[in-house]
Design a protein around this ligand. Structure first.
Ligand SMILES: Cc1ncc(COP(=O)(O)O)c(C=O)c1O
Length: 355
């Protein structure tokens, strides 16, 4: 049976769960479970047209034709980003235009029109402002923002949907998982259709349910997540279920190339950029499993986890442990990332103020 570190939805509510309206969140009990908020944003568009205007509406379930492309053929991409409080109580987004650009690349691959970068960022801002009472105080979590782009029209044949819906909902969250990770290398099942032209490099909805099986198996065995290998050789590390991966040896930080098989994470991109400023040598290159097993440190990056130390990697029953803790490279990168995201460290105008 699948178990997760996520707090059940109802635990975070004052009065036993339900819709966002009239509810107060107990910040101390937040995990990474879904907690509904007051409003969602919806914008629709027909095939062959561009998105023009959307609006906020009270959070609710959505109604779809059973023949909708998203239900039958998974024509859909999604994004994930966060709104956080700064020390002065301002509301900040972290590089939201990068999410907009990534959604556009995914939409093109799946033959969908996509909101422009400006439309995307404005819609995110509006949704965050409307749900601002759900943004936890600094240090107690963030408001997770989930933009979805789906083929919402009816299309029985295998063809692009006649209608598309861009929707944003939010949920207050705290840490995805506490403590360092224990990863299991998976060498039989692969994550996504690899390579250029595949779907590994986009945030396609199709990339996630197929990895439930190895994740469930790994969690049942006591691991936190799976470290996937490349499908061509099953010899190079790629990424985990929701994170990019880095290895540290001396002053060199290496991460697999985002060549269409792995998701080009925005946290990954940011680390590559600011780790160089901190004096590390950063390399994007193929990394064999054996090399990862010889590393000083391994860490994962992603919106949900930030920068997270890996305590151990297990490959074919061989378990290797890594340095974690206060004087690790990972901790230094984590502190810098959080500092930038919460406005304490000024960096390249990466944060966007919402209010
Ligand atoms: C498969 C996968 N890899 C990596 C990431 C990390 O990307 P980001 O840093 O943009 O959150 C995510 C999360 O979006 C993911 O789902």
């Amino acid at each position: 049976m699948y178990t997760s570190s996520v707090a059940p939805t109802s635990q975070a509510f004052g009065e036993g769960g339900g819709g966002g309206k009239g509810r107060n969140v107990k910040w101390e009990e937040l995990g990474f479970g879904f907690v509904p908020t007051d409003f969602m944003y919806v914008m629709k568009c027909s095939l062959g047209h561009n998105f023009s205007h959307g609006s906020l509406s009270p959070f609710s379930t959505v109604s779809l034709n059973p023949s909708a492309s998203i239900l039958n053929y998974a024509q859909g991409v999604f994004e994930g980003l966060k709104a956080q409080r700064s020390e002065e109580g301002r509301i900040l987004l972290f590089r939201p235009e990068e999410n907009a650009r990534r959604m556009k690349i995914g939409a093109e691959r799946l033959c969908m029109p996509c909101p422009s970068v400006e439309q995307f960022v404005n819609a995110v801002k509006k949704t965050v402002v409307a749900n601002r009472r759900f943004i936890p105080p600094l240090g107690k979590g963030s408001l997770y923002i989930r933009p979805l782009l789906i083929g919402s029209g009816a299309a029985l044949g295998v063809q692009p949907s006649p209608e598309f819906t861009f929707l944003i909902y939010t949920s207050p969250v705290n840490s995805y998982r506490k403590g360092p990770l224990d990863l299991k290398v998976e060498n039989k099942l692969f994550r996504a259709i690899p390579g250029y032209g595949g779907t590994g490099g986009i945030k396609s909805i199709t990339n996630y349910a197929p990895i439930y099986r190895p994740i469930i198996e790994a969690r049942t065995q006591g691991f936190s997540d799976v470290l996937f290998l490349d499908a061509a050789t099953a010899n190079h590390i790629e990424e985990t279920s929701t994170c990019n991966v880095f290895v540290v040896k001396g002053n060199i930080i290496s991460t697999p190339v985002a060549d269409g098989s792995i998701l080009p994470g925005i946290t990954r991109k940011s680390i590559i950029e600011f780790a160089t400023d901190l004096g590390y040598q950063v390399m994007e290159r193929d990394i064999e499993v054996e090399e990862a097993l010889q590393a000083d440190e391994v860490f994962c990056t992603g919106t949900a986890m930030g920068v997270k130390s890996v305590a151990s990697v297990t490959y074919n029953n061989r378990r290797v442990q890594y340095k974690t803790g206060a004087d690790s490279v990972c901790q230094k990168l984590y502190d810098t990332l959080v500092g930038i995201q919460t406005g304490r460290i000024e960096n390249r105008n990466w944060t966007v103020q919402v209010d």
